[in-house]
Design a protein around this ligand. Structure first.
Ligand SMILES: O=c1[nH]cnc2c1ncn2[C@@H]1O[C@H](CO)[C@@H](O)[C@H]1O
Length: 302
């Protein structure tokens, strides 16, 4: 059933906050086109426990403690079969606390008494075809939902994800982008599930930069979110300056969020995607864009 005109799109943000996650969450909360019905958490930029704490904190900053937070997986999907799989946590990008080393006080709220996977399955069943998952970290929770409920793929409206490096080098190594590298097996499950997937890769997000002069614009705003983001962005700017020699930061998660909020802003190519799950190219995303029958969409800039 198509959403009635003007009815906001329900979204669940699967997130590992994360400085660019914070930006994306704030963008979503300020966009009348979408209704954020929950946050689910995952490791990536920080460990899952800290991601949950940061998700609760960000909702408190935004005065949106009405939005539930469900804690996600602490380990990759193959953890049980490949014991000892080491998580790659990008605290060197986002600071030890994930939010620019600001040492914010702990949140007052608590996550709900339900796992991220159970929450995703429940909401997809409750609103068949109407929930979009915006996945901003490794894809473990989404893959677990696909495995747990055979009707999840049918019930979920769309999965918009920040991940992959399509026909460009990765940012972890030449092969892999960080979110896919975080759990390549989960990513391959998502891409081959048959769900409606829109993937926003770093081939796109490395073209979307918040510059020093944009930061000055932010500084001249006395908006609550602008002032908060200015504080946490310092560490992110420093990392980009050191790692990429850029005078600006890549807007990974906010770009994926915008693709979910307003798909007409973007064009994309259609095809099948597989993920390399082992060897030196572990985490590589391969797009075959001639297979018209598949519904994997890869964002490309207009
Ligand atoms: O080594 C890294 N280089 C660049 N970005 C990274 C790295 N590790 C994690 N991220 C984070 O992963 C997402 C995009 O790939 C972004 O959230 C980015 O901040």
């Amino acid at each position: 059933m198509a959403a009635a005109a003007g009815e906001p799109k329900k979204i669940i943000i699967d997130t590992d906050p994360g400085i660019d996650d914070a930006m994306a969450i704030f963008v979503a909360l300020r966009s009348p086109e979408v209704e954020v019905i929950g946050l689910t958490t995952i490791y990536g930029n920080v460990y899952t426990t800290l991601a949950t704490r940061n998700a609760l904190h960000l909702l408190e900053v935004a005065d949106r403690t009405d939005i539930p937070v469900a804690e996600g997986s602490h380990v990759t999907i193959t953890f049980c079969t490949q014991k000892g799989t080491k998580l790659r946590i990008a605290d060197f990008v986002h600071g030890a606390d994930g939010l620019g080393n600001q040492n914010f006080p702990p949140p007052e709220g608590k996550p709900i008494d339900m796992s991220a996977t159970d929450f995703l399955v429940e909401q997809a069943n409750l609103y068949p075809g109407k929930v979009t998952v915006v996945a901003l970290g490794p894809l473990t929770n989404i893959a677990l939902a696909i495995q747990q409920d055979s009707s999840f793929v049918k019930n979920i409206g769309q999965i918009v994800l920040l991940g992959g490096a399509f026909a460009v080098n990765g940012n972890v190594n030449p092969a892999a982008e960080a979110n896919i590298f975080g759990d390549p097996d989960a990513a391959d499950i998502v891409f081959t599930s048959g769900a409606d997937v829109l993937a926003v890769g770093i081939n796109v997000t490395h073209q979307v930069i918040l510059t020093d002069s944009d930061r000055e614009t932010l500084a001249s705003s006395n908006g609550k979110f602008a002032q908060y983001l200015l504080k946490i962005l310092e560490v992110y700017f420093n990392y980009h300056h050191d790692a990429y020699s850029t005078k600006g930061v890549y807007l990974h998660d906010p770009t994926a969020m915008l693709a979910a909020i307003n798909p007409s802003l973007i064009t994309y190519v259609e095809g099948a995607v597989r993920v390399q799950t082992n060897g030196i190219t572990r985490g590589l995303t391969l797009l075959y864009n001639k297979q018209k029958s598949d519904v994997v969409l890869v964002l490309d800039r207009r």
